[in-house]
Design a protein around this ligand. Structure first.
Ligand SMILES: *Cc1c(COP(=O)(O)O)cnc(C)c1O
Length: 363
């Protein structure tokens, strides 16, 4: 079986890359223990700190591994046996943080949210003044499309002196985010989401407070040892062979974002794409599933057909990928991503395809 090449991709990753990024993927991968590659990595680190609005003296670790590798590295290197963490669990990515805390024996309390339910002050208040040291949250719970109220979370963390660890894997560059304003200590993202590069690299931005913890932490893993990653980063290098080609693509993308108006312009572009799509689905038998959606993704509940069947027909008959949900949500929810090299014209193609399915009596 072959995978169709000219698909229009509305998933949440890997997403479509622009032509400049794809052209790099067609080139030979260079040797990387060179001053030239180090310069590129220094620039990657500088631009990531700038785009995350990271506080002075923050650092970036580049991990070859998908987003989950960086989630695990953050839990292992920033938290320890003296910690007591709060984990916001509103879907499969929140569940992942819970599992990571469990595996690495970090004492934790989970705030379990019902499907698409936003996090509210009353979920947090009972945990105030109870000796917690850290809070872990997926800024956008990509499995449901919910964007959490980060200023509210940040306020809670500030008043309780909690370390704030943010998985912004799908929201970085899609929704407004500032480590400085939120006093966030860790921000994690991945190459295949809004960075719109191939999968394989994830990035962890660490505040000075998080760096102190990394340096004081006990080494428990060779590959995900952030002390080692940061030490090598001082000379623009990584401890082991990284996904060199993907790092070059990330470099191109970061430079292009900078040239085209920076992170604010990129967030605006994504926000306009998401609202354009959401404003045009009124005549289709679809309901918005999330009351507080991220610009990264729209989760939809079809009222007349199975969500998974809609995914299959769009894939096989219209050459369009949307993002199916798994488990118990398989038939009730699908998601439309707005990340990557998409345009309003692409939205039109998807809306027209779904209108055609409606005419044919499929939805
Ligand atoms: C995509 C994503 C991840 C990481 O998934 P990987 O498959 O490991 O890259 C983690 N958290 C969120 C919120 C995501 O959207």
């Amino acid at each position: 079986m072959e995978i169709e090449k000219n698909m229009l991709n509305f998933t949440v990753g890997p997403v479509m890359s622009d032509s400049a990024v794809r052209a790099i993927g067609a080139e030979q991968v260079p040797y990387f223990r060179t001053a030239e590659f180090s310069e590129i990595m220094f620039e990657n680190e500088r631009l990531m700190c700038k785009f995350a609005d990271a506080p002075e003296d923050s650092r970036v670790a580049f991990i070859t591994g998908s987003g989950t590798a960086s989630m695990e590295a953050a839990v292992m290197n920033v938290l320890g046996s003296a910690d007591k963490a709060i984990v916001v669990n509103g879907g499969s990515f929140g569940e992942r943080f819970v599992e990571l805390c469990h595996i690495h024996q970090i004492e934790h309390t989970e705030i379990h949210l019902d499907f698409c339910q936003p996090l509210k002050r009353e979920h947090l208040e009972p945990l105030s003044g109870k000796g917690y040291t850290a809070l872990l949250v997926n800024m956008g719970e990509t499995s449901t499309g919910v964007l959490y109220d980060m200023p509210m979370i940040s306020e809670f963390c500030k008043s309780n002196h909690l370390l704030l660890i943010v998985d912004a894997i799908s929201t970085f560059l899609a929704d407004p985010f500032s480590m400085r304003d939120l006093e966030a200590d860790v921000m994690i993202t991945g190459s295949q989401k809004a960075l719109a590069c191939p999968p394989g690299v994830s990035l962890i931005v660490l505040s000075p407070r998080a760096l102190e913890r990394v340096h004081a932490s006990e080494t428990r893993c060779m590959y995900l040892n952030l002390k080692d990653a940061l030490k090598n980063g001082e000379r623009g290098q990584t401890p082991f062979t990284p996904a060199v080609g993907t790092l070059l693509q990330i470099h191109r993308r970061l430079l292009d974002i900078e040239k085209n108006g920076g992170v604010a312009a990129e967030v605006k572009r994504m926000s306009e794409l998401a609202s354009d799509f959401r404003s045009r689905i009124g005549s289709l038998p679809l309901e918005l599933a999330s009351p507080s959606p991220s610009n990264a993704v729209t989760s939809l509940h079809p009222t007349t057909a199975s969500a998974y069947d809609i995914f299959t027909v769009l894939k096989d008959e219209y050459h369009i990928w949307i993002c199916p949900n798994g488990g118990t949500l398989r038939d009730s929810i699908f998601r439309v991503g707005h990340l990557g090299a998409l345009t309003k014209e692409d939205n039109t193609v998807l809306i027209n395809a779904m209108s055609d399915m409606q005419r044919r009596g499929i939805i």
